[in-house]
Design a protein around this ligand. Sequence first.
Ligand code: ATP
Ligand code: MG
Ligand code: MG
Ligand code: MG
Length: 476
Amino acid sequence: MKVTQIRENFLKFFESKGHQVVSSSPVVPGDDPTLLFTNAGMNQFKDVFLGFDKRPYTRATTAQKCIRAGGKHNDLDNVGYTARHHTFFEMLGNFSFGDYFKRDAISYAWELLTTVYKLPADKLWVTVYAEDDEAYDIWAKEVGVPTERIIRIGDNKGARYASDNFWMMGDTGPCGPCTEIFYDHGEDIPGGPPGSPEEDGDRYIEIWNNVFMQFNRDEDGVMHPLPKPSVDTGMGLERIAAVLQHVHSNYEIDLFVNLLAAAKSAVDGAGAGNCDANSPSLKVIADHIRACSFTVTDGVIPGNAGRGYVLRRITRRAIRHGYKLGARAPFFHKLVSALVKEMGDAYPELKANEARVTEVLKQEEERFFQTISNGMEILEAALAGSSKVIDGETAFKLHDTFGFPLDLTADVCRERGVTVDEAGFEVAMNRQRDQARAAGKFKMAQGLEYAGAPTVFHGYDTLNQESAKVLALYVD
Ligand code: ATP
Ligand code: MG
Ligand code: MG
Ligand code: MG
């Protein structure tokens, strides 16, 4: 079953259960300062869950374009390292706005997986929130999942990979306990069941999260009950496609096989000659072309702040991976047409913007190719030293003079088991900012033309601390 068919079957199934099929919202959220990018299917329904907005339907289903490359849900550093994470992915979802609750949500999910998609029931594991006896009993007594494969899990805040059965959209907003469905890819793959110490592996892959939306979390962490208990679910299209196509990694599904081939040919044509078709760098490139193309399509352009800076960081990481494989000239923008072939029918806006997206990425690429060689030389020289840490001054110089975002430098270092002194980087950054400010004041005092103080950025005050800190670094 091809990706296109899997997406369609999902939407049709929920349509047959009385759900309104709703289009994906853009990856740039319309009017939500708490969100950098759309990170889940429920984002466009946030106000419906909160009771501020009413729709003519109480059940909806979507295939939603999502980006997890900043903010609370950030998978940028997982790409290329796990079989299941992307920066851009599609989330299939069904939603109940005060209509059905746990029982129907669970039985719909089970029916779709075992009768429409025909997955063997004995490969499916489920987790429930530790205190959620109701969900536990529905799985055990009504659906009939053997209790050895139902695991109770609490909130694992902060753990990078560990399961977490209390879902939150961000630090504030709708949230609630959830139940998740995992697929066992078989004993050849390392990893343990959810909740076990070996969970880090990729054997048991989480495919579907069913969230029982019950609370609105405020800035102080207080949970206010929602007007009506609701349901929000999310299943990664690429992950269910991997299961249905009998492959382990998302990168082996039809859509990615084609994108990877396009990536290899573009990189080879730009100077690599004949790069290793299995290199993780090609996966990173194939992943990033989706994130970059959809972000530009939805109105972002590369820049030095906010979303534009996230886009720049992702683009430059992709370029650096091509460079690592041997590309010495722009190649990345050439993948846009391959992507349009794969996804342009499902997302016509991508097709409509093909020429513009290609041009925007090409310009960004040309710009970075002017400095990447010199920057890489400096970084290589630093890495050749015996230290396990790259000092903050070097990282800052790479950033300031050669256009290497900090996370790009860290990405290179991670491949060598080296870390970056981020505190030292910040010190260097602040020093430069202070100097720029002082220079601005000095000119004012002299009565010279005002050279302009650095911009103060207020746009993301309400973002969580981590992303606010990261964004603040790049504002000037
Ligand atoms: P994981 O634990 O694997 O990181 P998650 O618990 O963060 O996933 P949820 O927030 O529960 O994911 O999102 C719902 C579903 O979306 C997941 O069950 C998964 O199928 C899919 N998904 C989440 N993150 C990604 C990603 N980065 N790439 C592809 N699919 C994803
Ligand atoms: Mg995650
Ligand atoms: Mg998870
Ligand atoms: Mg989850």
